[in-house]
Design a protein around this ligand. Structure first.
Ligand code: SF4
Length: 83
């Protein structure tokens, strides 16, 4: 789950959920971020994506761990260079 940083992250409110006072990107039932297009696997708010997303590097240990789990691969967005 992607926590939003107050004063830094500006995403559409319809995509936001609050858990115990912490604002986060909402998730679909399968655990994917609501901003992730299920068909294209592209971020629909890419230009305005949260800082956490901007700093997430594909290929790092967390990314590899998720990719190693076939049921969770759909959670990893494609990047613009994949287009
Ligand atoms: S980069 Fe991924 S997690 Fe971040 S807002 Fe876009 S779809 Fe959501």
């Amino acid at each position: 789950m992607v926590e939003l940083i107050a004063g830094v992250d500006h995403v559409p409110e319809v995509l936001v959920v609050e858990h115990d006072g912490v604002r986060c990107m909402d998730q679909r039932g399968d655990g994917a971020c609501v901003a992730l297009d299920a068909l294209t696997r592209l971020c629909t708010i890419y230009e305005d994506r949260p800082r956490t997303c901007r700093e997430f590097n594909r290929g790092e240990s967390l990314c590899r761990k998720i990719l190693a789990e076939p049921d969770r691969r759909h959670l990893i967005p494609r990047v613009v260079s994949d287009r």
